[in-house]
Design a protein around this ligand. Sequence first.
Ligand SMILES: [Zn+2]
Ligand SMILES: [Zn+2]
Length: 280
Amino acid sequence: MEPVDRPGNEPAGAPRNDGAAAEGVDDRSAAEVARYSDRLLNEGHERWEGDRCPICFLFVGLPIQKHAKMNVCCMKMVCKGCSLEARQRGLRGCPFCRTPRPSDDASQLAMVQKRVRKGDAEAMKHLGDKYFYGRLGLPKDVPRAIELWTEAAELGSVDAHYNLGFMYYRGEGVEEDKPRGICYWQQAAIKGHVFSRQSLGIAEFKRGNYELAMQHWMISAKMGYEDSLNAIKGMFMRDEATKAHYAEALRGYGDAVEEMKSHQREEATRLGGSFINTCF
Ligand SMILES: [Zn+2]
Ligand SMILES: [Zn+2]
């Protein structure tokens, strides 16, 4: 999922007008822009289905990397509760497809590449991540990462949209193009991508559009994202949002977190690091 978390971790900070938002759609007519803005706030309130664990069907907690593990054999993100349960039943391979776990970086890379060759969007996104950070024995190659994410995004990966949004918005590895970056985030947010929604909130906040920023963050807070809840809390403390807004965010966040709980997940949390070391 890397570098998924990075904009979400960026402190909201002082507002800064960097011309970030509506220009993302500046090639459309004003009416189209208005319609799209409405859609953007009215759609994507439910998390993307790909964020569900394929075994228990519950949405994975946030941040995803902390609560689930990607299995490169099938590119399925299995929650730590289901991974623990599989292990307790004596299963040592992938909890979803039962393929034996790759023994080293080279075999892990071979599994990913095999799926990339078959046109798997999530595998392309995953391989892009590995090039971005230079992992699994690969050289760090940002242009190759962007190439893979672009292909993955065209095939429908919302995480790849998010990553590209980050690169263009920040001008990392590509020439900075904030409108293009925002466009990528918008396309992912409308499909329920939490981190893209959070990033749109940050972009609007930096432009001084506090009301719009809060509307984005309200959506992602209600999906169970604590950073969004904290952003609204910060606005409330600075009198930029009302107590009612903060209360609504707190309630929605709490409900989402409650829905993501299961006995197995709590057990996995209780076992903490020792379980993660042996199972992941
Ligand atoms: Zn699960
Ligand atoms: Zn598998």
